[in-house]
Design a protein around this ligand. Structure first.
Ligand SMILES: [Zn+2]
Length: 304
């Protein structure tokens, strides 16, 4: 088990989505991934937004990412888990690109939290001018070499020119970002008024989330500070003048999240159970549209 040396917590007094100041406790979830510590999730009484509260201070949050398996590098060690994981990655990337570039011209793309640069690499192969930011030093250096472009620390975002991107993507990244207002204001400034914003998020209203409860890997506390659904991401984006245009499923995530959740449950035959539950989650979601993870596509509001 991994031990965090000394915890310093921060507490939210206002809902990060609507600014309301009254919450109730939604649940207590364990960090099964790394520390086995418990974290509370608060729910806003006004907009129902869920957020990890209290949550680790900036000075110690990196302690919660200290695991080889958290880095989104292609896995080299052979195991059924890494085999499935890498297979999903390959199939996923093509689908991601197809969905988010549908109906738009090639241009400048910024991937915020680009990890090892898989998505950017694919965009580059399809003639996009690519830009990436990534907080993790190791992943950043890996991605820079991989894509052959400098990948920046997120602090660099302020140096990007206003209205310079046609497409900005955040693949399972926004839920990790502490100050949503700072991030959204930056996106608003650097995205062209004709540009597209794409945000992929886990969905706690999915069948697999309900099935696994506190063992659901999509909670991923305390690394996930925010837990969005269709309504709360729309309210937040709307405050910055973004309209929700489309929502697409990430069908592979149901399998991946089920696989992790089964591992947290220490279940035997976990690959088989994950396959079965991932499949069930996607089947249910065909009716409810509550897939395990969702891709939200936003456009800027027209000025007239
Ligand atoms: Zn709220």
């Amino acid at each position: 088990m991994f031990h965090v040396k000394q915890d310093i917590y921060k507490t939210r007094k206002y809902c990060p989505v609507c600014g309301n100041d009254s919450f109730k406790q939604h649940s207590v979830v364990t960090d099964y991934f790394l520390t086995k510590k418990e974290f509370s999730i608060s729910q806003c009484k006004k907009c129902d937004f869920l957020f990890t509260n209290p949550y680790p201070d900036d000075s110690i949050i990196s302690e919660y990412y200290k695991s080889d398996s958290y880095l989104s590098h292609p896995k080299s060690k052979f195991s059924i888990f890494s085999l499935v994981y890498n297979l999903i990655r390959r199939l996923n990337i093509k689908n991601k690109y197809r969905v988010v570039t549908k109906g738009i011209e090639v241009g400048n793309v910024l991937d915020i939290g680009c990890g090892s640069g898989d998505f950017l690499n694919y965009c580059k192969e399809h003639n996009w001018k690519i830009y990436g930011v990534e907080p993790n030093t190791e992943a950043r250096e890996f991605a820079s070499k991989r894509v052959g472009e400098e990948i920046f620390h997120p602090d660099h975002q302020k140096y990007f020119q206003s209205q310079s991107f046609d497409l900005i993507t955040l693949w399972h990244v926004l839920e990790h970002i502490d100050d949503l207002d700072v991030q959204f204001a930056e996106i608003k400034r650097i995205l062209k008024s004709t540009g597209r914003l794409v945000i992929a998020l886990p969905n706690y209203k999915s069948y697999d989330a309900n099935l696994y409860g506190n063992f659901w890997a999509g909670w991923d506390v305390p690394r996930h500070l925010h837990h969005f659904d269709r309504s709360t991401i729309s309210i937040l984006a709307k405050r910055y003048g973004f309209n929700l245009e489309n929502v697409y499923p990430m069908v592979w995530d149901a399998y991946y999240v089920s696989l992790l959740s089964e591992k947290y449950l220490n279940s035997r035959l976990f690959p088989l159970k994950a396959l079965s539950n991932g499949w069930k989650s996607n089947s249910k979601a065909r009716k409810t549209l509550e897939y395990s993870s969702l891709i939200y596509i936003f456009s800027s509001e027209s000025m007239d």
